[in-house]
Write a protein that binds this ligand. Structure first.
Ligand SMILES: Nc1nc2c(c(=O)[nH]1)N[C@H]1C(S)=C(S)[C@@H](COP(=O)(O)OP(=O)(O)OC[C@H]3O[C@@H](n4cnc5c(=O)[nH]c(N)nc54)[C@H](O)[C@@H]3O)O[C@H]1N2
Ligand SMILES: Nc1nc2c(c(=O)[nH]1)N[C@H]1C(S)=C(S)[C@@H](COP(=O)(O)OP(=O)(O)OC[C@H]3O[C@@H](n4cnc5c(=O)[nH]c(N)nc54)[C@H](O)[C@@H]3O)O[C@H]1N2
Ligand code: SF4
Ligand SMILES: [Mo]
Length: 905
């Protein structure tokens, strides 16, 4: 029964900042969301993604019932939980019996809750007896794990969010915080406004929005971070800006590093990194002279074939300057996913075990086995993500369980991943949204509860554990992940170890937490003093939090003792290695990939809210204007982007934020919103030798113009999810097809497609049926000789559907008429004319993209305001942009700076 509005305090399900949210609901449906003022990560703030959570998750896109495919090539059909899980248990048991425990694998996610993770780990290692359990954190945090462990002795970010605000000098390397950790970036903006003397350095090949806050931006050549950090250390040594006393008292290995960095003279470093000597010198000086120095980093360092070296080279700088273990100082890796930390804590990478233990360590295995009450844990090393999918591809893995991740979009070298999934005898996908690329390959689809519907705990970037609370029940048959996993495990137990007491007798997520937490006792991450009740009474807490502790631990290593064998931190002397191997280097451009402000990964959730496409509407490749000129390309041209592994057809645009020789493409596109296998059809599977994290940031690519003269534009209002599902397959035969959502109050599906020749009339007729253009109040124009055909449907004086084929000049004008909700009689005779707008009609909406999603303020309006002389405060006052979540403020600042440059030029 729905009851009046209630509020449940929970957390945001997106990034590792880990903001607290207040979910407004009626006990059945989520109605709204607000920032939790009492949560220490965000104190009430939310970004553009967090504040629109309640607008996402369209039920038409949710997985609602278990579905089973009874044979390859057949369609899946709906089933019940008992049949689904019995079937899965039977297949897993048989596979294990016939081919051994290493013939099955689990591929899980940094977006699971700690309790979910724990259940999966116990299932894989204790019951199945395999270490083949890895997670998408392999693509995300595994280089940071290696960096922390080998340099400091434990996988623990030593700092906290207040340190960021207090620091005198901040180095942000390979992190676009303005987009990827926006609320933390808001906190940094405020700190910098209070203390403008705080110095911020950004190291990123691209000029991102994060650079708007930087005193110094080093646009290094892709992949040259190790050289940069060694070059900085070279200068620190030369100038005497190191802390010899700290090095002597608390570290080991400095001499070897000192020897190595002799080779990284300023001239050599500046040349390798493609930056000026002055900038390099200034960077070293800012770090060397700062009373406190803190570094933040993310995927620009981790996602690299030298990710471990990058991490340790940066940590070297902190150890050499003694900038760790004190306020405002330390190496602080930002975690991407909301519970990437929980995954590391519970041992959810193939080489880890719960409680920051190692699967390769016999003592650790014995400890965990004893705690679980099993004879032994498996010894054979497990496979990491890339290796795991290779093993699926060559048939070694015969049953694969995927939960809360979309590998058919997010792994590199997608052609191979799709082949692997297609060939795998049994694929289980435990998912909240049935729309993902991976679900297509599911032989068994298990509907999972999602944000607002599940309970457990998560750990954010600053080691802070929050209690995630359930607001509403999951829709239809969907169930929380831990309960699906434990239910399956109990059924598998009866087949694999009949008669023995269950290892999975958990009544709720709290029971899992209670069992798990003791595995952390007396270890570096000790959180055995925490409980749901304590988190409810005292709020989110940072580990370590031992039993009896009154509060969590804000900062690690204050005493200079490190959890290594000798108690000393370790310098590492890894030489710089170029990111591109030879075969990649033959391609003239380096492709860099990463995040957009308002989208999350494969867009299964954010892609259900039309408003979130307002900022960036579709997949576009960014190239420096010089590269466009050299290739005789213009903004908006369709190009074929190709690498050694695959190709993609998409639009190109001029992008001044990248240097010549580089290309930029958001990571979010898979096969659904853009025809082709998405961004990752291009990326390389090469990985770091220690962390096994793949090189997702650099691939050699080439760009060629394509001629696809026959073009189509379509827009249809309403029921966007079901129309998307029905229409997407109809565009398989087009060379180019881009689908997106648009609008706010009245969402619509928008499609652009192109091919060399016109498609069969029957295909167009099928498309028209889905667009509701086959009958009713439809204006039509056809010229079959030129393969031109146009349709506009008008209801109650408003355009509700459009299809222009063969000739699309009027598309933007019609789209703006649709948006404005008008199509009066005067205009009607022009609707199907081959013109971009009727003569003398200024109807074309020049609003451009939506900068401020909260208050719906367009780029056009902001630019007009700037032209009228408004500054940031004036724009905020008059247009209200940037006054709610603030996610658009860096971009508005950039427009203001461009305007200043233009007037001075
Ligand atoms: N809006 C949004 N926010 C997110 C996510 C999302 O999908 N959408 N995902 C979350 C997750 S899981 C993660 S892991 C984080 C990722 O957060 P970030 O790592 O901040 O985001 P990215 O855009 O992937 O990459 C950051 C930057 O690395 C730069 N870079 C590329 N190559 C190099 C290099 O060789 N050296 C250096 N120094 N920099 C380089 C890129 O130009 C890019 O600007 O974001 C989290 N937050
Ligand atoms: N080219 C390129 N590729 C990249 C990256 C890059 O920078 N460039 N970044 C990499 C990084 S850092 C990451 S973290 C990965 C992310 O890659 P993925 O893990 O594939 O990303 P998501 O789309 O977030 O996948 C999570 C899935 O879980 C589903 N889901 C949501 N909530 C729940 C739930 O409660 N239970 C279950 N069972 N399912 C749920 C969502 O619908 C979604 O399909 O991408 C990697 N791929
Ligand atoms: S910064 Fe935004 S996406 Fe990240 S947790 Fe906070 S509200 Fe969610
Ligand atoms: Mo990530």
């Amino acid at each position: 029964m729905a009851s009046p509005t209630q509020v449940t305090a929970s957390t945001c399900c997106y990034c590792g900042v880990g903001c607290g949210v207040l979910i407004e609901h009626d006990g059945e449906k989520i109605l709204g969301v607000a920032g939790d003022p009492s949560h220490p990560a965000n104190f009430g703030k939310l970004c553009s993604k967090g504040s629109t959570l309640h607008l996402t998750g369209d039920l038409d896109a949710r997985a609602l019932h278990p579905e089973l495919r009874l044979g390859k090539g057949l369609a899946r059909s709906r089933t019940d939980w008992d049949s689904a899980l019995d079937h899965a248990a039977a297949v897993f048991a048989e596979t294990i019996r016939e081919h051994g425990p290493d013939s099955v694998a689990f591929y899980i996610s940094g977006q699971l809750l700690t309790e979910d993770y724990y259940a999966f780990n116990k299932l894989a290692r204790a019951l199945v007896g395999t270490n083949n359990i890895d997670s998408n954190s392999r693509l995300c945090m595994s280089s940071a794990v290696v960096g922390y462990k080998r340099s400091l002795g434990a996988d623990a970010p030593p700092c906290n969010y207040e340190d960021i605000e207090q620091s005198d000098c901040l180095l942000i390397a390979g992190s676009n915080m303005a987009y990827a950790h926006p609320v933390l970036f808001r906190r940094l903006e405020e700190a910098k406004a209070r203390r403008p003397e705080m110095q911020i350095i950004v190291v990123d090949p691209r000029r991102t929005d994060t650079c708007e806050l930087a005193d110094l931006h080093l646009a290094i050549l892709p992949g040259t971070d190790v050289a940069l950090f060694h070059g900085i250390l070279h200068i620190l040594l030369w100038e005497g800006w190191i802390d010899r006393a700290y090095i002597d008292a608390h570290t080991e290995g400095f001499d070897a590093l000192k020897k190595l960095v002799r080779d990284y003279s300023p001239a050599v470093t500046a040349d390798l990194c493609g930056i000026s000597l002055d900038d390099l010198q200034r960077c070293a000086e800012l770090i060397g002279r700062a009373p406190s120095f803190l570094s933040l980093w993310c995927m620009g360092l981790n996602q690299s074939s030298s990710g471990s070296a990058k991490n340790s080279a940066l940590i070297n700088l902190h150890l050499a300057t003694g900038q760790i273990g004190k306020p405002g100082a330390g190496p602080f890796s930002l975690t991407g996913q909301p519970n990437a930390m929980g995954g590391r804590e519970t041992g959810s990478l193939s080489n880890l075990l719960p409680g920051h233990r190692e699967a390769g360590n016999a003592e650790h295995r014995a400890e965990v086995a004893a705690y679980w009450g099993v004879d032994a844990l498996p010894q054979t090393p497990g496979l990491s993500a890339i290796e795991l999918f290779d093993a699926v591809h060559d048939g070694r893995i015969k049953a694969l369980w995927i939960a809360c991740t979309n590998p058919a979009q997010s792994l590199p070298n997608q052609s191979k991943v799709h082949e692997a999934l297609a060939a795998c005898p049994f694929v289980v996908v435990q998912e909240a949204f049935f729309t993902t690329e991976t679900c297509r390959y599911a032989d068994l689809l298990l509907p999972a509860a999602s944000w607002g519907e599940k309970e457990g705990t998560v750990t954010n970037s600053e080691r802070r554990v929050s209690h995630v609370r359930r607001a509403v029940p999951a829709p239809f048959d969907a169930r929380p992940d831990w309960s699906i996993t434990c239910d399956f495990a109990r059924r598998l137990e009866t087949l694999l170890r009949p008669g023995l007491p269950s290892l999975f007798d958990f009544a709720d997520s709290e029971a899992l937490f209670e069992e798990y937490k003791h595995l952390t006792a007396q270890r570096d991450l000790d959180l055995s003093g925490l409980s749901y009740a304590l988190l409810d009474n005292q709020g989110p807490q940072q580990w370590p939090f031992a039993p009896g502790a009154r509060q969590g631990t804000a900062r690690l290593y204050a005493d200079g003792r490190f959890p290594t064998v000798s108690g000393r931190a370790q310098f590492h002397a890894d030489p710089y290695r170029a990111a591109k191997e030879k075969r990649e280097a033959r391609y003239s451009l380096t492709l860099n990939t990463g995040r957009l402000r308002d989208q999350w990964h494969g867009m299964s959730r954010t892609g259900t809210a039309a408003r979130l496409f307002g900022h960036v509407e579709a997949a576009v490749l960014g190239l420096h204007p010089d590269e466009l000129r050299r290739r005789r390309l213009r903004d908006g041209d369709l190009v074929r982007l190709r690498s050694r592994r695959g190709s993609l057809i998409l639009q190109v645009e001029a992008d001044e934020s990248v240097r010549p020789g580089q290309a930029w493409l958001p990571m979010h596109w898979g096969d659904r919103f853009l025809k082709g296998l998405g961004t990752n059809v291009l990326t390389q599977p090469a990985f770091d030798p220690l962390s096994k994290q793949p090189e997702l940031k650099h691939a050699g690519v080439e760009v060629d113009k394509v001629e696809l003269p026959w073009q189509l534009f379509a827009l249809v209002e309403g029921e966007v999810q079901s129309r998307f599902e029905a229409l997407r397959p109809l565009f398989e035969s087009f060379a180019y097809a881009s689908l997106t959502l648009t609008g706010r109050e009245r969402p619509a599906l928008l499609i652009r497609a192109a091919s060399a020749v016109a498609p069969q009339p029957e295909l167009l007729a099928q498309i028209d049926r889905q667009l509701r253009l086959n009958q009713g109040p439809v204006l039509a124009y056809d010229d079959p000789r030129r393969a031109v055909g146009k349709r506009v449907r008008i209801e109650d004086g408003r355009i509700v559907s459009i299809r222009l084929a063969g000739e699309t000049a009027a598309s933007e004008w019609l789209r703006s008429l649709w948006l404005d909700g008008q199509a009066d009689a005067d205009l009607r005779r022009w609707l199907l004319a081959p013109v971009s707008a009727p003569p003398g009609n200024a109807g074309v909406n020049t609003r451009g993209k939506t900068l401020c999603n909260c208050l719906n303020v367009s780029e056009g309006a902001v630019c007009a305001g700037i032209a009228r002389g408004l500054d940031l405060d004036g724009l905020k006052r008059e247009l209200k942009c940037g006054t709610s979540c603030g996610s658009c403020v860096p971009e508005i600042k950039r427009l203001l700076a461009q305007q200043r440059m233009a007037t001075h030029a």
